[in-house]
Design a protein around this ligand. Structure first.
Ligand SMILES: [Mg+2]
Length: 389
C-alpha cells in the first residue's frame, strides 16, 4: 500500500526586502523612481508540512491571501496533500464570502509537494514540456523624477534598451494621474521608436477617470498597432457591459479579467464578449489547479490565456499551456530596482536581466516548483510569523 503525504502544519512568514531607488508616490500609492531611497516591500513565504517530511514551499506578494489562510487552515490539517481537486473545491466553498482569497497560494504549495513526492517538475505532472518562454519587459508606472520614466522619450529609450537586450515585447504601465494627452503621446513615441521590432502593450491598471478616456487612448493603440490594451479605466476592470462597448469602438485586442478571481467569473466575462485575451494568475485564481482549468476553458473558446506576473509557478503553468503568449517580467525600470526579493538559492532568477539573448526565460527542471528558497534570508527579514497545526 503506498502511503500519501498528510498535511500536518502550515507556516506563514511575512518578510521584507529592499527595492533600490524606489519609493511610494504619496499621491497615487504607486512605486516610483526615487534615487537614494530604498523601498521596504513586503512579501509572504509559505511552508506546508507533511508527515513524510516533504514540504510545499512558496513565496509571493498577495499578503492578504497569506493572512486569509487562518480562516481555512483547520480544513487542511490531516488531509492528503495530493488531493488538490477536493481541497480546491472545499476551500473555494469555505471562502465564498471572501473572494476566495488564500486558496491559490495553498494550491501552489500542494503542487510543490506533489512534484517532490513524484520526483518530477510540476510541468511534467501537467503533461507540459520544458519550452523556453518569451518574456515582455513590464515597466513600473510613470515617474515625474529626473532620470526616471518621466517622459515619452524616457519610455522609448527604455523600450529600445529592452529590445537590444533581446525582449520581444514591452508593456507600458503609464502615468497614474490620467493626463490622457501624455498617455497618447507616450504610445506614439514608443511605437515610432520600436514599433514593428517588438510587440507593444499598454496597461493603465485602471487609472483613467472615464470611459471616454479609455476610448481615446484605445484609438491611439489602434493607430500604433498595439498587441493588447489592458484594464484601462476606473470601473476596476470588471464591467462586462463597458468592455463589450469598448471592444465595439476600438480594434486593439483587450486583455481583461486580472481583477476577477477564479474560473467562473473569467468564463462569464469571455462569454459576455467583453475581452479578447483572458488574464489568469495562479496566486489569484485558485492556484495552478485553477489556472489550468481556466486555460482549458479558454482553449475551448479558442482564446488565449495570458499569465499575470513572474515567478516559478507561472512558468510551470506556461510550459503546460498551448494557448498562451508571453511571460510578464514585472516590474522593471531602467534605473530603479526590480520589484522582487532575493530569495532563491538555486539559479532561478526574475528581473530585468533574467532573460537570455533569445528574449526567453527557462522553466525550472527540479522536482515540484524546482526552486530552492533561501529560508535564512526569509527568517532574518521576517516581519511576522504564524503557524497552524
Ligand atoms: Mg495588469
Amino acid at each position: 500500500m503506498p502511503t500519501y503525504p498528510i498535511i500536518t502544519g502550515i507556516d506563514v512568514y511575512e518578510f521584507w526586502f529592499e527595492v533600490k531607488d524606489m519609493a511610494p508616490n504619496p499621491d497615487s500609492g504607486s512605486i516610483v523612481y526615487t534615487p537614494g531611497h530604498n523601498l521596504k516591500a513586503t512579501h509572504f513565504a509559505l511552508k506546508v508540512h507533511t508527515d513524510q517530511g516533504i514540504t510545499g514551499d512558496y513565496q509571493g506578494y498577495p499578503l492578504l491571501d497569506a493572512m486569509a489562510i487562518r480562516l481555512f487552515a483547520h480544513r487542511l490539517i490531516g488531509k492528503n496533500a495530493l488531493e488538490r481537486e477536493r481541497i480546491y473545491n472545499d476551500v473555494k466553498r469555505a471562502m465564498r464570502a471572501f473572494s476566495r482569497v488564500g486558496m491559490g497560494i495553498v494550491d501552489i504549495a500542494l503542487w510543490d509537494i506533489a512534484g517532490k513526492y513524484f520526483n518530477a517538475p510540476i510541468w511534467r505532472l501537467l503533461g507540459g514540456h520544458p519550452k523556453r518562454l518569451p518574456a515582455y519587459a513590464s515597466t513600473y508606472h510613470g515617474d515625474e523624477t529626473n532620470g526616471g520614466l518621466n517622459s515619452p522619450e524616457a519610455y522609448a529609450d527604455f523600450a529600445e534598451q529592452c529590445l537590444e537586450m533581446g525582449y520581444p515585447a514591452y508593456k507600458i504601465h503609464g502615468w497614474e494621474n490620467g493626463l490622457i494627452r501624455r498617455e497618447i503621446e507616450n504610445i506614439k513615441t514608443v511605437a515610432e521608436r520600436v514599433g514593428g521590432k517588438m510587440q507593444l502593450m499598454l496597461d493603465p491598471a485602471c487609472a483613467y477617470e472615464t470611459f471616454a478616456d479609455a476610448v481615446l487612448v484605445g484609438h491611439a493603440c489602434d493607430d500604433a498597432r498595439f498587441f493588447w490594451y489592458e484594464d484601462p479605466f476606473k470601473d476596476g476592470g470588471i464591467s462586462q457591459f463597458a468592455h463589450r462597448r469598448l471592444r465595439q469602438l476600438i480594434r486593439t485586442p483587450l486583455l481583461q479579467c486580472e481583477h476577477h478571481r477564479g474560473l467562473e467569473p473569467h468564463v462569464d466575462f469571455a462569454l459576455g464578449d467583453a475581452t479578447d485575451l483572458v488574464r489568469g494568475d495562479p496566486e489569484y485564481d485558485g492556484g495552478i489547479t485553477g489556472v489550468m482549468k481556466l486555460a482549458h476553458a479558454c482553449e475551448g473558446l479558442g482564446l488565449d490565456l495570458e499569465i499575470h506576473g513572474p515567478g516559478p509557478a507561472k512558468r510551470h503553468c506556461m510550459a503546460s499551456i498551448r494557448n498562451t503568449n508571453y511571460y510578464e517580467m514585472s516590474l522593471v525600470h531602467p534605473k530603479g530596482g526590480f520589484y522582487g526579493p532575493p530569495v532563491y538559492r538555486s539559479d532561478y532568477q526574475d528581473g530585468l536581466d533574467a532573460i537570455s539573448k533569445d528574449g526567453c526565460v527557462p522553466v525550472p527542471e527540479g522536482p515540484g516548483l524546482g526552486v530552492e528558497y533561501d529560508w535564512d534570508y526569509i527568517e532574518k527579514h521576517a516581519a511576522g510569523f504564524v503557524t497552524y497545526k
